[in-house]
Write a protein that binds this ligand. Structure first.
Ligand code: BES
Ligand code: MN
Ligand code: ZN
Length: 457
């Protein structure tokens, strides 16, 4: 995607030169002087594009404020600016501080992302940027590209609609991760899930004409350790609500209900490609949720693989059913810590909007560790509570629990439901990304991929 160019001279033909805006390095200084401008002449935009007016062969010079590369709000305008560049650009890396090389390449990689495979005309092209440096920056560049690509893959999975990405297609995608060293992938079929008594997961699939898939990816980066962190992603490939049908207003965008699955797949891709010294697994119980001749109806009682029975009050509270069996499976396979990632509730969107990912835990130390990772990569996570009152909401007259509580505190009640499927002493975090992973303006955001990866690399 990026070509390294051994040397670069200002007298060379290039359409655009990209440099750091800070004037405290000889490379930026040289470019600024040859343009006959002063640094102060430039406004304080994160990304400024200056015409060279024939002073040098390159037609444009782009100045990037490198401090803004790690600023969530400001990096967006840099990404947009870079995405709009036409062919034949070169980045002069020696003008950037070494600590900004990784975020710079992450941004350059993200700027290459287009969701245009369904546009027949007017397809904006990627621009094939070159770079040049006299230093050895290979590792920092690699890390930035890996983060950027993992996020682009996550976004692509989420943006792709159901008729191009059902559970089977997602399983095929996951299977391809096999090509990364120390990664192995196993797909469990419907009959396998039946043998494991995954009645909750299979219940959600009953209205579907497409087969469910249980996806298990493992990365072994530290075979001396028994520690294993499982990343469990909600993989509802489409959520119509089932017989508790969504409204015409709330159904569009529900292709994003596999956002948790896409996020954990992006995370393990980055973790494995960067050869983290840790053991990490991914578990996804993938299916769509829809009406059909055989679909579950409210009042049905499902038996989860753990043996707990669940009275269905709403078929639209399906994510927690798939996660119940996925969490059980992850623990059966030896997970010592668990993080589930799910577009689980509209209630978390009401509480936090798209500013934060909601977090719940049974272990504050573990959540602190994740918060630290989130801070390092500038992602925002806000803790929400689980209280006995929320646990009581799930009491059922007929079964061990219901799948839905009252009207209030829906995000916390959902977390209280999941908690029942986590062994007492096992550190667990539930991340509700319903608000943070997708919006109709930019599509999938790719948020939380980096936080999860940073926990290990
Ligand atoms: N997939 C939805 C949650 C969702 C809502 C994600 C909006 C993204 C945007 C989930 O399966 C759902 O329908 N949850 C219900 C739960 C309720 C029936 C207890 C909800 O939030 O209304
Ligand atoms: Mn639902
Ligand atoms: Zn859902």
């Amino acid at each position: 995607m990026f070509n390294k160019q051994e040397t670069f001279k200002l007298t060379e033909e290039k359409k655009t030169i990209i440099v750091a805006k800070q004037g405290d390095n000889p490379v930026s200084k040289m470019v600024i002087e040859s343009l006959g401008i002063h640094l102060e002449d430039l406004n304080d935009a994160s990304f400024s594009k200056v015409q060279s007016l024939g002073k040098i062969p390159a037609k444009w010079v782009v100045f990037i404020n490198q401090e803004d590369l790690t600023n969530n709000k400001k990096v967006k305008s840099i990404t947009k600016g870079l995405a709009s560049l036409k062919e034949d650009s070169v980045v002069l890396l020696d003008s950037f501080k070494e600590t900004t090389i990784t975020p710079l390449f992450e941004t350059l990689t993200k700027a290459e992302y287009r969701f245009n495979k369904f546009k027949t005309e007017d397809k904006p092209k990627t621009n094939g940027i070159a770079y040049t440096t006299t230093k050895n920056l290979d590792q920092a560049i690699h890390e930035g590209i890996v983060f950027g690509e993992a996020i682009n893959h996550t976004r692509e999975l989420i943006n792709t609609p159901y008729n191009y990405l059902n559970a089977e297609k997602l399983a095929e995608y996951a299977e391809a991760l096999n090509s990364i060293p120390n990664v192995s992938v196993k797909i469990y079929e419907k009959s396998d899930c039946e043998s494991m008594n995954m009645g909750a997961f299979l219940g959600v699939n009953k209205g579907s004409t497409d087969a469910p898939k249980l996806i298990h990816v493992t990365y072994t980066g530290n075979s001396d350790s028994d520690e294993q962190t499982a990343l469990v992603g909600k993989g509802v490939m489409y959520d119509t609500g089932g017989y508790s049908l969504k409204t015409p207003q709330s159904m569009p965008s529900m292709k994003m209900d596999m956002g948790g699955a896409a996020t954990v797949l992006g995370a393990i891709e980055a973790i494995a490609r960067l050869e983290a010294k840790a053991n990490v697994s991914v578990v996804i119980a993938a299916t769509d949720n829809r009406i059909g001749d055989n679909a579950v109806v409210p009042d049905d009682i499902l038996t989860s693989a753990k043996g707990l029975t669940i009275e269905i009050v709403s078929t639209d509270a399906e994510g927690r059913l798939t996660l119940a069996d996925a969490l059980w499976f992850a623990q059966e396979k030896g997970a010592t810590r668990l993080i589930d990632v799910a577009t689980l509730t509209g209630a978390v969107v009401a509480a936090l909007g798209d500013a934060y990912t909601g977090a719940f835990t049974n272990n504050e130390t573990f959540l602190n560790e994740l918060q630290q990772a989130a801070k390092e990569v500038n992602e925002d996570i806000w803790q929400l509570p689980i209280h006995d009152k929320y646990r009581e909401e799930l009491k059922s007259f007929s079964a061990d629990m219901t799948n839905k509580g009252g009207r209030m505190a829906g995000a916390s009640i959902a977390a209280a439901f999941l908690e029942k499927f986590v062994d007492n002493d096992r550190p667990w975090i539930h991340l509700d990304i319903a608000g943070s992973s997708y919006n109709s303006k930019e599509g999938a955001t790719g948020r939380i991929v980096k936080t999860l990866a940073k926990l290990f690399v």
